[in-house]
Design a protein around this ligand. Sequence first.
Ligand SMILES: [Zn+2]
Length: 153
Amino acid sequence: MSLWEDIKSTVTEGGKVAADKAKEISDIASYKAQIAQYDATLLKQYRELGKAYFADNREEALAKYPEIAQAIADAADKKAEYEKKCADVKGVRECPSCGTSVSADHAFCPKCGAKMPEAAPVEEEFTEDLVSDFEDAAAENAAATEPAENPEV
Ligand SMILES: [Zn+2]
């Protein structure tokens, strides 16, 4: 093999090695993308399976996997508690007949037509007190500042 042929073959070999390396890197990137996609699928399906299992076998789950199942039960209770607080603040009430969430301005359930109970009167009194306190304070404030603001009146 002449020196030129030797160089040529080395360069060609080098190019081939570089191309192989590039292909390896792109293969790995593609495989990693596939792995991430299947990871996401696994996570989603495990979550669905876990939800379904817990819903169907709550007591068994609590006995077999006490830590995980108790954490789920506690979180679900807390979530419901805060959803109720949220609904209370917004004046949303639960229909006594079908359980639908009904906003405060409805006298009847829009789903089943049952009569909605009156809103808690305690909250209204509290709001009225606040409003009248505010009005008293505003009136006092206005009386105190009126001469200075309108000296000619
Ligand atoms: Zn209803």
